[in-house]
Every structure is written in structure tokens, then in C-alpha cells.
Design a protein around this ligand. Sequence first.
Ligand SMILES: Cc1cc2nc3c(=O)[nH]c(=O)nc-3n(C[C@H](O)[C@H](O)[C@H](O)COP(=O)(O)OP(=O)(O)OC[C@H]3O[C@@H](n4cnc5c(N)ncnc54)[C@H](O)[C@@H]3O)c2cc1C
Length: 499
Amino acid sequence: MDNRQIKTDVILIGAGIMSATLGTLLKELAPDWEIRVFEKLANAGEESSNEWNNAGTGHAALCELNYTVEQPDGSIDISKAIKINEQFQVSMQFWSYLVNSNLIHNPQDFIMQLPHMSLVQGENNVTFLKKRFEALSNNPLFQGMELSDDPGKLMEWIPLIMNGRTSKEPIAATKIDSGTDVNFGALTRMLFDHLKSKNVDINYKHQVNDIKRTSNGSWELKVRNEYTGTVQRHTAKFVFIGGGGGSLHLLQKSRIPEGKKTGGFPVSGVFMVCNNPDVVAQHHAKVYGKAAVGAPPMSIPHLDTRFIDNKKSLLFGPFAGFSPKFLKTGSMFDLITSVKPDNLLTMLASGVKNVPLTKYLIQQVVLSKEKRMEELRMFVPNARSEDWDLVVAGQRVQVIKDTADGKGMLQFGTEVVSNDDGSIAALLGASPGASTAVHVMLEIIKKCFPQHLKEWEPKIKEMIPSYGVSLKDNPELLHKIHTSTAQTLGLSKNKQYQS
Ligand SMILES: Cc1cc2nc3c(=O)[nH]c(=O)nc-3n(C[C@H](O)[C@H](O)[C@H](O)COP(=O)(O)OP(=O)(O)OC[C@H]3O[C@@H](n4cnc5c(N)ncnc54)[C@H](O)[C@@H]3O)c2cc1C
């Protein structure tokens, strides 16, 4: 153990999209601050942010049916969809700012325009989709959405899905052309390259093993260099725990009261990938369906065109499953070691409540490839087993906490946990995920650096013109932002991959 204390202003734990985004924002707002990053793996963007570990959907609530909930009176609540769409516009503006300022280049390497569609079958589902379409299409954020229940039109939109379909059940879909496929792995790597050029000290193969408060109010981290086996002590005035699935254990080590009575429930994922170019060429969209009864929201099936490494492929899934690991590269003991005296009752209560979910997830893990093909054939009736392979996706650790609704409630969103003086913050949960990274990191900046906000606000507004403004109530600003971000990110012209 090296007994020297190495001081810095900011430490970011983990080299995923969240740390990349916070580091980039802070470098624009406080260029003189010293930032240090510790990542236990050999490169940036290797865990959930990696392109093969997530679905790459630019979540703007254009197609995800779980963001619009049918109320008991039959009306559709679109408030969550509005919130997520507005948050995605924040990401789009920040990415455009980075491209316009030459801080990152070649946006087509991380974002492509791709129609987002919702597809349902059965009379009740079609009625729901029509009501949802009416509610959304009147809102400027969802302008351009189309609906069809005409099989001929659907054949034009999604030939791969309609070909060979024998069911006589009513079917309908909505489509909006302004959706996106985002390669969050490529974006993460671009942002870390940029941070390196700004002298941010990025340390790969460095695992943070402990975090504790020092007597002067800083945070001291014990960091193990995996190359040499040595352990160093690093201190900082502000620490961001951006360890993805690894964040809960680190939060617990910090011992902040705000992190108590919180647990995590890991959900694994598997996609099927099609590399047969003839099949791939027949599909050009992200098509989201409805989750099976009893399935968690993160296992809503979707068939996605993906653009990875300049190659078009198709991804279907995710099939959710159970693994006790909190990271794909984590340990089988992650779940058990996350149970502490302060969260034991919360975890037990959650365990009792979530028996059916756990049973469902375990059943999913043991599904054979042929069983998964059967689910795929509900989307692609003519799918052939030899065209599709399985790929293991990232782990999502859902937050478990006590809420007004009861003890041990499973949360499906993202939670920022910070202490009272804002000197440490952790991000837990994984949904809507990477798409809303800029919004979430701005929330952390607001919570943790209130004393700098006034001074930083003009720069934030330069980077994100809609900062502090509701876009749904400002259609003119929304139109301006749509036009300029599409132009800067090359979204209207990147059609070269279309079949
Ligand atoms: C199956 C699946 C599908 C998804 N689909 C989408 C989607 O379509 N759209 C979307 O927007 N989001 C999606 N997400 C969510 C999205 O991938 C995540 O929200 C996002 O990548 C999280 O980024 P992160 O930086 O917090 O974590 P990560 O990318 O996991 O990065 C955390 C990093 O911290 C490192 N680390 C952990 N512990 C330590 C430690 N002790 N010391 C040092 N380093 C450490 C890890 O090695 C890792 O590199 C999906 C996720 C999954 C799993």
C-alpha cells in the first residue's frame, strides 16, 4: 500500500456513459478543475454502455408502450412520455453542441436516424394504440407520428414482420421517422478520447475498493492498480459513483445515510442477433411490442435495426433473466454481499413481493434457443434458427427501496443518491438509461454544485438552449432545436444503410 495521498478536485468512478457525460459537462463548466477517472476494466464503455450490451434505442418515448399508461377511466396518461422525450432532447442538444464545437467528430459513428414503431395485435391492444396515438399526435413533441391498421400499409412499413403472418387478429402500428439508433459504446469512447485530450487523468484497470470520508470533508478512495497489484489512496472534494451495477456496493462503502435501506435486484438480458444480410435488408426500424403478462418492463420485446461498426444488423429481445451478478464482469456473490443490516428488511420484503418475478426470470434463463425462436416468430413469422445467434447483454440492477407504497418496492427508473453537502453522488438503476444521461448528470450538477449554478447557467444554456424551458409548451423552440440537432448530427441525411 502506497501511503501517499494523491489529491484531485473530482473523481469519477467507472468509464461508462454516465461518467463520460458528467466529466465532459464539468470540463466545459470548470475547465481548470482536475478530474481523475478510475475504471476497473481495460477500456471505456465495456459494461452496460457497450453497444452489444444494450439495445441502443434513443429513448424518446416514441415507441415504448410502457411510457403511456391506460388509466382506469380509459384515458391515456402521457406525462411520462413527455418527460422522457424532453430529457432526450437535452441529450440531443448537448451532443450537437459537442459536434459543433469540434469536441467530438463524425456523429454518424454514434447516432443514426431510424423509424421508431409500436406494434400491437388483438382488438383491445389496437384500441389502446389508437387512443395512445390520439393523445400523443396532438403534442408537438410527437409530431409526425403515423398510425395504420391496414395490413397493406404495414407490409410497406415492416415487410419482415408482416410476411408469412397468418393470424386474422386485428393488428396496428404507429411509426415516427425521427427516432434514432444510438451507439452508446462509441459515444462513450469518443467522450473519453475528448477528456484525455483535455488532460483528464484516466486510469484503466484501476478498481476502487473503498471510499471513506476524511476529517477535512474530502473523500478518500482506495484504488487497486490491477496491472501492478499496488493500492493507492486518492482524495477528492467531489466523487461521482458511476459504476453502473457496481455503484450500489460503492455507495454502501461510503456509509452516507442517504444510501441506507437501499438494495439492488439484478436482471440479466439476452438478445438474438441476425447477421444474414438478406434478412437484415428487409427491416429498417425499431419495432416495440407489448410485454408478456408477468414480464418486467425491461423485457418488452423489440426488433431493432442496429448500426454497429458501420454494419447493419438486427437485434431481437431482450429476454430478461436472473443472475446474481451486478455487472456482466461481476461476481456471483454480488447480490448476497449487497445485503447489509440496514437493508436486510427491505430486501426480505422485496423478496417476498417479487417471488413471481424471480420465478419468471429463472424460467427465462433456462429457455432453449428453439423456445426463444418461438417468441421471435411472433415478430418474424418466417425466422429461421440458423440466421439467429444469442448474445449476452448487460446486467441491469433495479433499485429496491421503501416507499410510500410499501417496504422493499422494486423501482424501474434511475435514482440519483447524494449526501447532504453534495460532495458525493451515485447513480443507481438503468432506465430509461443512457439516452437521458445528460439530463441526469445535469441533475447531479444542480444537486452537488448549487454554489456555482448562477455562474455556470449561461454556459449550460449555450450547450442546451432548452435548459429550464418546457419544450412541449414552446413549439417554436422545439422546431428550431429539432432542425438544428438533426442537421448537426446528420440525421436527415444518413440514409445510406436503408434497404
Ligand atoms: C439489456 C440492456 C438494454 C438497454 N437498452 C438501452 C437502450 O436501448 N437505451 C438506453 O438509453 N439505455 C439502455 N440501457 C441502459 C444503459 O445501457 C445504461 O443505463 C447505461 O449504459 C449505464 O451507464 P453507466 O455509465 O452508469 O454504467 P456502465 O456503462 O455499466 O459503466 C460503469 C463502469 O463502472 C465500472 N466499475 C464498476 N465498479 C467499479 C469499481 N469498483 N472501480 C472501478 N470501476 C468500476 C464498470 O467496469 C463499468 O465500466 C440498457 C441496458 C441493458 C442492460
